[in-house]
Design a protein around this ligand. Sequence first.
Ligand code: SAM
Length: 281
Amino acid sequence: MVDGTLGAGGHTASILERFAASRVLGTDQDPDMQGIAKERLAPFGDRVAFGHSRFSELGEMLRDDASFPAPFDGLPVAMLFDVGVASPHLDLPERGFSFQADGPLDMRMDLRREVTAAGIINQWPEGELADLFYQEGGERRSRAIAKRICEARRRAPIVRTATLADLVASAIGGGGKIHPATRVFQALRRAVNDEGPELEAALDAGLDFLGEGGVLAVISFHSGEDRVVKQWMTKQVKAGEFEAITKKPIQATYEETKGNPRARSAKLRAAVRIRSNGGGV
Ligand SMILES: C[S@@+](CC[C@H](N)C(=O)[O-])C[C@H]1O[C@@H](n2cnc3c(N)ncnc32)[C@H](O)[C@@H]1O
């Protein structure tokens, strides 16, 4: 199978343990993750191979025999996408995802990307920033925040996560259940990493590369993403390409979220391919 979001290798390790005959091609856009995963998955030897790709590059990688590592051949029987950031991203302030610990305003999961969160914050026009916070973060006070950011950046570029978090808090105040900068940080992360189009590319890779009986499984972490997955799967079911396995998304149990609070908002949807187009064509 293909694990398109290898991360620290947790899912891949579970699959290799549970299914003795399984082999996994684990790939991620962040090569730092590969280092962590390689160590964890070393006991599985050549049952696992590693790739470095974005979802939008997966097709190219799978089509290119030279980079499709032995002992893999034929079509994958399952493709898994656990979209979003990995815990090490959030826990390392230097990656710039966290408003709780100060770091450079970066937020790139793939360091080959040129545009960082600081680039967007300091260069985009005020109206475009407001639209981004509203559309990608669901932030209703987007105009007030964009105005405050543009006033501040005229004095000095905004280059630290803590500076941005303080500016947002000063524009809209605190007091809610979540940190006031949560939605702005989510919107920026989505823009920096092109997350909307990347999710579409992941789903399309499932359509292109799964053979009959192959399973596409997607875990998403916010309602906008889950809606995209749901609508895509509904369309494919209507078109006779997939059959739904999950009528409703599967969510973590209360017990699981106690040990892993970040699983709270995760939703898993899966569908099985009922017709094959020959794979990757
Ligand atoms: C939630 S983590 C995955 C954790 C993993 N399932 C595990 O068990 O350790 C998400 C991972 O997906 C990767 N990722 C997110 N968007 C991606 C994309 N468009 N292309 C490739 N990898 C992506 C991130 O770099 C991150 O490592």
